[in-house]
Design a protein. Structure first.
Length: 472
């Protein structure tokens, strides 16, 4: 652990040359927190400061129905109740994030907040007391990350074995710096009409800076891509889509450089990694986390006309869709672009297995969004969520039987929560949260999952426990 922290310090000094200021990002934006604020929130309680999402969510029009995460599911006050929910399910690990704004509310210029340390100590200790492994995400970029990380390791390292340094950096670069839909909301045409930003270069610069975070493990947004047509051009397009979506984040950390597919499309716009940096980056993570939700068709845009957004180097000259001959790729969900495609789970794990030497993997997110207009009764009797997880677990089991080094599976999520710019209308949880009272009500899927985890075979031995975990 100490050696890897030292490498991280050195790596950040090297990468400072490529800070987002070169893409006209202000220093204030560099210091903004990037973290998951979906479940807690004692908004400004016990010394906590504002996060970028606290500010972003209060700007009218940024979030559906102008909702915000001020209260969210109030995990901060209800964490013991929530841990009992986890224990009742029978899971053996729990994935959560440590908030920068609660530990260092004034950044590196201020003191460590003892109340923040106290909260996470209580959370971790109670999890361990209940036999649940803490699986912790810390999420920030720029050199201040080192100070934050060192505090987390010092305070919690003896009890936390698994650390995810960044969650979905590829997703963040896309939505914050290409589309402009997440804070700091930077983009340029044809991808969006933001007041500032450059969609061609800033996602590349941001991702380059975030490579510093991968010294223990990293979770990436992991969509699978299939060729739209049975043609070589579309097969190559699917390969490029995977490179631009997944290998963009992982290749530097495993192989020491960006994917050749990206170099061929983007050329000099992609930041250069020096020989010394390659030595430091290569092999700098111990495990890969996959956040898999759906699969898309990929169509080549080099030799075939496409929309302006797709016929673009930053997209790898790939157009994605969910329809082939008018037929959806799978059953719809509450997320407009997410369809149920269990085979994608098997395919994405196989892709990671072969490209990254069958490195240790965790499925760090996999979940089903209920349709927005469903009644409360339908939300509680969530048969489609059960079907979703059964299908994906079967697909995962197939690839494990073929030798994939998958060590765990986290459902997204324990309970319904604040889903970023979608607000509270999108529900992924095993537990329904009544917004007026914040009461947690088990859905049918919670009962199913608990039975699944504690199920026994003919000899009376559990045949599931050990792989399946819980995430919020």
């Amino acid at each position: 652990m100490k050696m890897k922290i030292g490498v991280l310090f050195f790596l950040i000094l090297l990468l400072r040359t490529f800070s987002p200021t070169s893409a006209h990002c202000s220093s204030e934006e560099e210091e903004e927190e990037i973290q998951r604020s979906q479940f807690p929130d004692a908004f400004l309680e016990d010394g906590k400061s504002l996060t970028n999402w606290d500010v972003f969510a209060h700007i009218p029009g940024n979030i559906i129905n102008n909702e915000n995460g001020d209260v969210a599911d109030d995990h901060y006050h209800r964490y013991m109740e929530d841990i009992e929910l986890l224990h009742s399910l029978g899971v053996n690990a729990y994935r959560f994030s440590i908030s920068w704004s609660r530990i260092l509310p004034r950044g590196i210029s201020g003191d460590v907040n003892p109340e923040g340390i106290k909260f996470y100590n209580k959370l971790i200790d109670h999890l361990i007391h209940r036999g649940i492994e803490p699986f912790v995400t810390i999420f920030h970029f720029e050199e201040e990350f080192v100070y934050f990380a060192s505090i987390c390791f010092k305070e919690f390292g003896e009890r936390v074995k698994y650390w995810v340094t960044l969650n979905e950096p590829n997703h963040w670069a896309e939505f914050a710096y290409n589309r402009g839909e997440y804070p700091p909301a930077r983009c340029s045409p044809p991808f969006g009409n933001c007041s500032r930003g450059d969609s061609d270069t800033e996602p590349l610069v941001v991702m380059h800076n975030m490579k510093q975070g991968g010294f223990i493990g990293i979770s990436v947004s992991s969509f699978m891509y299939e060729p739209l047509r049975d043609e070589e051009d579309d097969r190559l397009a699917a390969s490029r889509a995977l490179a631009f979506n997944i290998a963009w984040a992982l290749d530097p950390l495993v192989h020491g450089d960006y994917p050749v597919e990206m170099r061929e499309c983007i050329g000099l716009k992609l930041p250069k990694i020096s020989t010394e940096e390659k030595k430091i980056l290569k092999g700098s993570i111990d495990f890969i986390g996959l956040n898999y939700y759906s699969t898309f068709y990929a169509k080549d845009c080099i030799h075939t006309p496409c929309s302006p957004k797709s016929q673009h180097p930053i997209k790898g000259f790939v157009e994605t869709s969910v329809l082939r001959d008018g037929i959806p790729i799978g059953q719809p969900t509450g997320m407009e672009s997410f369809f149920v495609v269990p085979r994608g789970m098997e395919n994405i794990v196989e892709y990671i297995k072969h490209r990254y030497y069958n490195m240790m993997m965790f499925v760090t997110e996999n979940g089903y969004a209920s349709p927005v207009q469903e009644s409360e009764q339908a939300l509680l009797q969530d048969l489609n969520r059960i079907k979703f997880h059964k299908g994906h677990l079967n697909a995962l089991a197939r690839t494990v039987r073929k030798g994939a080094n998958v060590r765990g599976y986290f459902i997204w999520s324990l309970m319904d929560n604040f889903e970023w710019n979608m607000g509270y209308g999108i529900r992924f949880g095993l537990y329904y949260v009544e917004r007026a009272t914040l009461k947690r009500i088990p859905k049918l899927s919670a009962t199913w999952f608990a039975t699944f985890l504690t199920g026994t075979n003919a000899s009376g031995q559990s045949h599931h426990k050990g792989l399946f975990m819980e995430s919020i």
